[in-house]
Design a binder for this molecule. Structure first.
Ligand SMILES: Nc1ncnc2c1ncn2[C@@H]1O[C@H](COP(=O)(O)OP(=O)(O)OP(=O)(O)O)[C@@H](O)[C@H]1O
Ligand SMILES: [Mg+2]
Length: 259
């Protein structure tokens, strides 16, 4: 779309796209969340991403989660991207505070719900940057604006990559090793603990596991860091048990904590 188009025209085009998603989705909960996501304020924010040339269009919804929605978008040169939009009325926002408190990067941040969501988004974005810089395979961060994060789209032309829980792994041993390697790199190089690592937050891009959803990830100095690390490792061990693998959690933890 021509970047010079005004807000009105942009809004009209987005409205058409939304109509086509609505037709495909009969679920009224989804419809409700779309109305919520595309309120006036978010429309203005999306328009900003558009007029800044970050995205050119929103293609289709990928996921409607508890806290936010993820869409596939494209740039003007056709590069696919993922756009994650946090909803301001999220029910789980209470939990967010405990992950933000204790993070020195966000000292003195307000408990106001709207501001907290913005802080949460920028926390997710900065965590992505830090992890990416340390060589952990996460979606490459592209931009962050208010409650919106733009990042690399993980998937192909035929759609987003599936979650690890939904695929049958051909080489579970190799995949487990790669994931544990990422967790170690996150801890030792990025000094970050994922905090919600499980088969739900690993996408399988073909054979390659990609770690997503790092909003709750914390720095090592965070009071919850160690507890979250143990939980992450136990989750991974539990998942791979279904493939008959036995991961020694205690040993992994010792390895990881050796900095
Ligand atoms: N970069 C990406 N590329 C492709 N798909 C993505 C990307 N990021 C997220 N998704 C899809 O969107 C879903 C939700 O993303 P994410 O886990 O980051 O959000 P969430 O807030 O945890 O949502 P939920 O409440 O559903 O767990 C993922 O399971 C995945 O299917
Ligand atoms: Mg998730």
């Amino acid at each position: 779309m021509d970047r010079g188009v005004g807000f009105r025209e942009f809004e009209r085009k987005l409205e058409q796209e939304r109509d086509s998603w609505r037709m495909r989705r009969k679920d009224s909960d989804d419809r409700k969340t779309y109305d919520e996501v595309f309120d006036r304020q978010n429309l203005m924010r999306i328009y900003k991403l558009f007029s800044d040339g970050v995205i050119d269009q929103i293609d289709y919804p990928i996921s409607t989660g508890k806290e936010g929605n993820v869409f596939r978008a494209t740039t003007s040169d056709g590069t696919p991207l993922a756009l994650k939009i946090y909803r301001t009325s999220t029910a789980t926002f209470k939990d967010m505070a405990k992950y933000i408190a204790g993070d020195p990067r966000f000292k003195g941040v307000s408990r106001n719900r709207r501001k907290l969501i913005m802080t949460w988004s920028s926390k997710e974005y900065r965590n992505l940057q830090r992890l990416h810089d340390a060589g952990v395979r996460v979606p490459v961060p592209v931009a962050c604006h208010c409650n919106m994060i733009v990042m690399e789209f993980i998937g192909s032309d035929s759609g987003p990559a599936p979650m690890m829980k939904d695929v049958k792994l051909d080489s579970p041993v190799g995949v487990a090793e790669i994931i544990l390697g990422h967790a170690r790199r996150a801890y030792q190089k990025a000094e970050i603990v994922h905090g919600d690592l499980s088969e739900y937050n690993v996408l399988m891009n073909g054979d390659e596991p990609v770690i997503i959803d790092v909003g709750q990830s914390v720095l090592l100095e965070h009071p919850l860091a160690d507890e979250l690390l143990v939980r992450d490792m136990s989750n991974i061990a539990r998942f791979f048990r279904r493939y008959g693998l036995s991961i020694d959690v205690e040993r992994e933890l010792r390895e990881i904590r050796k900095r």
